[in-house]
Design a protein around this ligand. Structure first.
Ligand code: LMR
Length: 337
């Protein structure tokens, strides 16, 4: 009898530990925007391609719209291995101790997406990712969202209009400095909490990309908008490093291929998503979105200049200079789109 029980136990244990032909690797991908955003679409594309290229050996489970974790918690969850993949905005790496990423938040640092790409796809982009490795995180790709608009419940056409306004920001000291330079009162808040904070008057306004303002319905609780394009929001697609390094080589190669293609896809749909969102909000009649006059843009640029000096110690002047240099067009080559 005893022998039979041992035999059964042994067989069960062997079954559990033996690699089965159907063993599946699960990648939990948590993020905070809705599926119909540049990041949401990128994540869906990655799932589709990752599962296809690995013949179903990898399953990608996406948890959008802060369903699983909010901004700060998702970083902790990734480090603990509770999820394997995230795509936080570049403005959210400061609390992790990697302040250099906040360089992306400097006002007017990128005149256009070409300039941004020269940074993210070059040496600077690689060096920034290397800074994540001691934190147990591996950076795999940069995904676009777009340039930001301002929103508030009072007219905001010029810098003085921001005096005394409570503005929600992401957890970046550069964004804090930016709004203080305008005389506003910045408040760090998780993305998922912004709608309610706007509705109840906990904050007066915020800044975000049109696609985020639209898909989170912020435009329903904000009366005014300004197409200031004063800053950029993009993402770092990151994974738990021990998990990634522990994957069988053949699977990792297929996942890298899936990621390269989904990066191209996400970046190709981002601008359209933002244009569509802007148009839909204007059509809704719920929010009055203005373009700044050239004088107003000049005044915003001037008012925000001190942010560079104020933040140079935090980010590192070397990083700021490297980004400014890398962003310069190569005048020997024609400019791409
Ligand atoms: C925010 O927190 O404002 C956004 O950057 C969220 C996101 O991931 O786009």
């Amino acid at each position: 009898m005893k022998k039979m029980i041992f035999g059964a136990l042994f067989a069960t244990a062997a079954m559990l530990s033996a690699p089965s032909a159907f063993a599946q690797t699960v990648i939990k991908f948590s993020h905070v925007t809705t599926p119909d955003t540049p990041k949401g679409r990128g994540a869906e594309k990655f799932k589709e391609l990752a599962e296809k290229y690995t013949d179903g050996q990898v399953k990608v489970e996406i948890f959008p719209n802060s369903q699983l974790y909010k901004d700060k918690e998702e970083m902790e969850a990734l480090q603990l291995g509770a999820v394997q993949m995230l795509a936080p905005s570049l403005a959210k790496f400061g609390p992790l101790g990697v302040r250099e990423f906040e360089v992306f938040d400097l006002p007017y640092i990128f005149p256009n997406k070409d300039a941004l790409r020269r940074v993210t796809e070059g040496e600077v982009g690689r060096q920034l990712f290397a800074k994540l490795e001691p934190k147990g995180i591996k950076g795999l790709a940069y995904w676009d969202n777009g340039f930001k608009i301002m929103t508030a419940n009072s007219p905001i056409t010029k810098p003085e209009d921001f005096h005394g306004l409570k503005m929600r920001i992401q957890s970046s000291k550069v964004l804090d400095s930016q709004f203080r330079a305008l005389g506003a009162l910045p408040q760090v808040m998780a993305f998922s909490e912004v709608y309610q904070a706007m509705q109840t008057g906990v904050v007066d306004g915020s800044e975000n990309t049109p696609s985020n303002v639209y898909t989170q319905n912020h435009y329903e609780v904000q009366k005014h908008g300004l197409e200031s394009n004063h800053g950029y929001i993009g993402y770092a697609v990151i994974v738990n490093k021990p998990f990634w390094d522990g994957l069988p080589e053949d699977l990792r190669v297929q996942l890298e291929k899936a990621l390269a293609e989904s990066t191209e896809y996400a970046n190709s749909v981002a601008q359209r998503d933002n244009n569509d969102a802007l148009e839909a909000m204007k059509k809704s009649g719920r929010i009055d979105i203005q373009k700044p006059t050239p004088e107003a843009t000049a005044a915003f640029r001037k008012a925000l200049e001190p942010v560079y000096t104020e933040m140079s110690r935090r980010i590192g002047q070397g990083t700021i200079d490297a980004v400014l240099n890398a962003a310069q067009p190569d005048t020997t080559q024609p400019e791409g789109k």
